[in-house]
Write a protein that binds this ligand. Structure first.
Ligand code: URA
Length: 218
């Protein structure tokens, strides 16, 4: 793992690098793409959840009593996939945090302005206990950072501390990281690579193309 700053982490692992190469390859078909993304997702969510608060729990093993540690039971965990590509991360995130609530954020990118256009927001409730709420905003591609800022902003506006919000992506462009972390300096960002740049159409270079199209065979 490479810490770009206290808050931005690039996971540096051979299994991730290998599967990232599969994802980047234009000859990888939809099925292989989804498998590689799933393999990477486990590593990404282990990293993304590593600072969740835990508490002691007394249990009985078949051998003897044992003091264990579990994720704090009163936490409000929110998984927030940005539609549509973020959905692919969601399955593994739910496997790893079965107690979490899933709040879908529906936005597409206006091809001309590169600004997000919202069409669905399933996050209406203000949490009872914002300090105990932890949010994982999921989008494989952090490109311009515009939808990332909107997605994270949606939770910051509800009073959830930035330090409790983690933006989880696969690839990031330097300008996307800059936009997101300058707007919300206290959030956490987890990525598997910071690529070179964006092209004129707002695609990450070298990137992997349109993540949604590749996941959903469109
Ligand atoms: N969204 C994608 O799917 N790919 C990019 O390169 C940028 C945004």
């Amino acid at each position: 793992m490479e810490k770009i700053s206290q808050k931005v982490c690039v996971i540096n692992h051979p299994v991730i690098k290998h599967n990232l190469s599969v994802l980047r390859d234009e000859n990888t078909d939809g099925e292989k793409f989804r498998c590689a993304l799933k393999r990477i997702s486990y590593a990404v969510f282990l990293e993304a959840t590593k600072n969740l608060p835990t508490e002691k729990k007394q249990i009985q093993t078949p051998i003897c009593p044992c003091e264990c540690e579990v994720i704090k039971e009163d936490l409000n965990l929110i998984i927030a996939p940005i539609l549509r590509a973020g959905v692919m991360f969601c399955e593994v995130a739910q496997e790893m945090m079965p107690q979490a609530h899933v709040h879908h954020l529906g936005m597409y990118r206006d091809e001309r302005t590169l600004q997000p256009v919202w069409y669905y927001n399933k996050t209406s409730k203000v949490p009872k206990d914002p300090e105990n709420t932890y949010v994982f905003v999921l989008d494989p591609m952090l490109a311009t950072g515009n939808s990332g800022v909107d997605g994270v902003g949606n939770f910051v506006k509800k009073g959830i501390p930035q330090k409790n919000i983690t933006f989880v992506c696969l690839l990031a462009a330097p300008c996307g990281i800059e936009k997101l972390t300058s707007t919300y300096p206290d959030i956490n960002v987890i990525t598997c690579s910071i690529d070179k740049e964006l092209n004129a159409k707002g695609y990450i270079v070298p990137g992997l193309g349109d993540a949604g199209d590749r996941i959903f065979n469109t």
